[in-house]
Design a protein around this ligand. Sequence first.
Ligand code: NCD
Length: 306
Amino acid sequence: MSISGRDIITLENLSDGEILQIFETADKFEPVARGKEKSDVLEGKIIGALFFEPSTRTRLSFKSAAKRLGGGTIGFAEAGVSSTAKGESLADTVRTVENYCDAIILRHPKMGSAKFAAEMVEVPVINAGDGAGHHPTQTLLDLYTMRKATGDLEHFDLGLVGDLKYGRTVHSLAYAITRFIPKLFLISPPSLKMPSEIVGDLSDRGVEVVETSNLEAILPELDILYVTRIQKERFPDPAEYEEIKGTYRVDPELLQEAKPELSVLHPLPRVDEISPEVDSTPYSMYFDQVFNGVIVRMALLSMLIG
Ligand code: NCD
């Protein structure tokens, strides 16, 4: 079983066994990610990181992962400094960059852009977020964190809350986690519900989907609460965002109703949907997710091009 050379556009590109193999590899990289051991599995390899949208964690954790493994990165963090600003197409950009590197990591505002790029080039393409589409490597680190928090990937009740319409992290996560758990709670304002195609796909696969806007009512049932930001930049009408922002706020008062062992996850960045007072409580797992992002991406890169 090898994922060498494969594109990662959605997690449908990986089997359950391959996902678990990534997690086992990630465990081994922990001392390397902490700077305690050295590794050269990516020696001589170059990763092209093309980010047409803002990013802190995804871009920097990929760069950190590549460097910790002895590889290098090239790329840009905004479209404005690339020839895109001169009118170059995405196709020409990726066809160019593949001459400089062994894999391309792409974040782009357009849904379907990573799949399109993968059709244009020979090197593996990793989708680092395509508009409101998918974000498979975020999901890998989310699954890894859930597995660490609960001991497996099968025995917990999970609720996704926030912007389920535009949030790409929850789109990828909804598909991937329901390969392991039979039921999913979806909590959002009525106008930001999970797209009906995704809910339909999950139902077709026999998943029990519970949709509600009432977080307080569902919270006591959950073992994991996955909180997301309202995706301001994806609203066609800014007035609509203004109306809906601040709908959910996870704070110590709300958490009084939660199970003591609840884990609160968030892909970050947060705006105001989790109060900072939650950070120092045992519920908070979102900065663990940040570290797990490095080791999971180390594992993925080593297995794709190492
Ligand atoms: C997410 C993204 O870009 O989709 N961020 C991330 O990669 N950790 C979530 C978000 O922007 O809300």
